[in-house]
Design a protein around this ligand. Structure first.
Ligand code: SF4
Length: 334
């Protein structure tokens, strides 16, 4: 899977590095700092199909990032923690295609330092529930069989009931998770689209049916689960397609069990919009009138967004999702 594997000199003997190297079975090339090489020259996003390099590194600087107000359920602080850059999947709308100069993957191995930062964040919000989201710059489960950090974050949740961790994923790689005990504040959330749409735009990811199966398995094991219908991409049949998806979720008894369901329409920064047009010129993601909106992002105009999201919200409630568990993601005054 990996073309080359690069390892920063000062973490070359770290047990997590050694464990990853043993699993990838590839000789490592030592480098001083990952960003001396990673992203130094432009590597087109679609080259990830033929040649993907792996970097193991220590994350310096900001380990936690405060999420925008409209990111999660309102009224509580939300952070994302940065455990990796880039992703093995290839969703056509992914903002990573324009965000970094390269699709090469970086796995950060200093999880203990990330957790220390999370503990500091808890101290700065006494008496409040604080959310920590993984998966902003990468999928949070897809490579966990390699990276082996889930147990640390799970321990953190066990020790701090006032914290909530969300692992957001399109992966069905639940093997490492299944070794852990379910906790009320350790939530696994799946990004879901109707089957046919996922087949067209979520390239190299497990199908929606496979994701629902994984979700159901985790629910049966007692894990807290959540869902994101995000990005919602307009097509004439969108209501019927979401109804079908919700019906399958209801048959699996998932709709009533969701901790939350977020709804968000497809959106891009100006730069990513340009990259997505170049990379996927015929994609359905470009359908519909797109305008520059309140936060500078390119998306459908507000009446259309609200119509789409309110229609899906109504269908979700009819399928058994509790109304108070549904929120609109990245919307002004939502
Ligand atoms: S799973 Fe997420 S991070 Fe990975 S390619 Fe798709 S949108 Fe991007």
């Amino acid at each position: 899977m990996w073309n080359e594997v690069y390892v920063e000199e000062d973490i070359k003997d770290h047990p997590r590095t050694l464990s990853i190297l043993k699993k990838v079975q590839k000789e490592a090339l030592l480098i001083e700092k990952f960003d001396d090489l990673w992203g130094r020259s432009k590597k087109p996003y679609l080259q990830k199909r033929d040649s993907l390099n792996l970097f193991l590194a220590r994350k310096h600087g900001q380990l936690l990032k405060l999420a925008p107000d409209a990111y999660g359920s309102a009224g509580e602080p939300h952070y994302y923690f940065i455990h990796a850059y880039n992703c093995i999947y290839e969703c056509q709308y992914c903002y990573l295609q324009g965000y970094f100069n390269t699709p090469d993957i970086v796995l950060f191995i200093n999880h203990e330092e990330i957790i220390q930062e999370m503990e500091k964040a808890l101290l700065s919000h006494p008496g409040t529930r604080v959310w920590f989201h993984a998966g902003e710059f990468s999928d949070s489960l897809a490579l966990t069989h390699l990276t082996g950090e889930l147990e640390l974050y799970h321990d953190f949740c066990q020790k701090h009931p006032e914290a909530v961790i969300e692992l957001r994923t399109k992966s069905v790689n639940t093997r490492e998770l299944e070794k852990l005990t379910p906790l009320p504040n350790f939530i696994i959330s799946f990004s879901l689209s109707p089957n046919e749409m996922a087949r067209r735009v979520d390239l190299k990811t497990p199908s929606t049916s496979a994701r629902l199966k994984a979700m159901h398995k985790l629910y049966e094991l007692g894990f807290k689960i959540a869902a994101h219908f995000d990005p919602i991409i307009f097509e004439d049949q969108f209501k019927a397609r979401y109804q079908e998806l919700l019906q399958t979720m209801q048959e699996l008894k998932l709709t009533e069990e969701l901790e939350y369901l977020s709804l968000g329409v497809v959106r891009f920064t100006k730069e990513v919009y340009r990259d997505a047009e170049r990379n996927y010129p015929d994609s359905v993601i470009h359908t519909g009138p797109m305008v520059k909106s309140f936060d500078g992002k390119v998306r459908y105009h507000r009446p259309m967004r609200m119509w789409i999201m309110n229609s899906i919200k109504e269908l979700s409630i009819q399928a058994g999702v509790k109304p108070e568990c549904i929120y609109l993601c990245m919307e002004e005054n939502a």
